[in-house]
Design a protein around this ligand. Sequence first.
Ligand SMILES: NC(=O)c1ccc[n+]([C@@H]2O[C@H](COP(=O)([O-])OP(=O)(O)OC[C@H]3O[C@@H](n4cnc5c(N)ncnc54)[C@H](O)[C@@H]3O)[C@@H](O)[C@H]2O)c1
Length: 338
Amino acid sequence: MKILLTGGAGYIGSHTCIELIESGYEVVIADDFSNSSMAVLKRIKEITGVEPTLYNIDVADIASLDELFAKEKIDAVIHFAGFKAVGESCEKPTMYYRNNIDTTLSLLECMEKYNVKRFVFSSSATVYGNADRVEYVEDMPTNAVNPYGRTKMFIEHILMDASCADKELSVVLLRYFNPIGAHESGLIGDNPNGIPNNLMPYITQVAVGKRERLSVFGNDYPTPDGTGVRDYIHVCDLAAGHVAALRYSEKNRGCEAFNLGTGVGYSVMDIVKTFERVNNVKIPYVVTPRRDGDLPEYYANPAKALNVLGWKTEKTLEDMCADSWRWQMKNPNGYTEE
Ligand SMILES: NC(=O)c1ccc[n+]([C@@H]2O[C@H](COP(=O)([O-])OP(=O)(O)OC[C@H]3O[C@@H](n4cnc5c(N)ncnc54)[C@H](O)[C@@H]3O)[C@@H](O)[C@H]2O)c1
């Protein structure tokens, strides 16, 4: 069975690629390397023995995508390609709407033309927005509060409409919580450009000496230690969630959303302290004012993914910290040296 991974060279896509190959799937990657490195392909081969077929294309470009679909007999699509930084999306909303929505529309058009009926989408917990509870369940209303989150929310609606119109279509919306960690080989991991937007790559860059200290945005939230609480999920657990979603889409039609998280919230200070303990390094930090738009606390209710997909997380916070650090130590400058 041949699976198209758009954005398959990125952080989550590359880990999912490994999980798919190891589960016996054939993988085709479409990526324009706007936020990733070609070196990933060799690393995937080092880990799995298989180098996936690559199309270096902009997935929004319908002509290039059509060529791919004409050449490859694609059975299902997992759509990771997109821009993902909340702050940047506030500065460049048009760029975010253009890329995230156009890539999805081009895929839907090609899937219709080539009779591909299975679509797994990288959605996000950001679709819930400013909810009135901290444990998110899938049937809560979506109410994204920034342009990035709204691209995900609008795409979910586009995909629901597509599945209403075509009763053979199977769409799985995977709402990720906060992916961290790396493949245990230390060969692939999160490789952000410039200053990291997310906590874990910032911590690992401080630990490796690339940045002086971590900024903790606010310690006066109504949480146990005052710092923000999130549901961190190991990227390999997340990758396994995609295999479960693909299996589900073989047998089910319609459009379903699933939270992919652990169900447990950890604070920024929990992460810093666990990272220090597990890896025996010091993370100097300074408390700075809250960041605009950050919520105090939220985490997943992952029961639906367990009951329907048969999926749950296996890795601990200690695993997440150890694996993130191994990746960073082995690759202090990411993939750039290749
Ligand atoms: N990492 C997170 O915290 C997180 C959380 C929730 C949801 N998501 C979503 O999961 C998906 C993957 O995230 P990631 O962390 O792996 O990001 P990433 O930036 O590492 O991967 C995205 C990949 O898509 C590629 N890409 C972007 N636009 C493209 C286009 N037009 N054509 C071809 N390739 C294109 C990039 O080069 C990159 O390789 C994204 O859609 C993101 O919004 C990520």
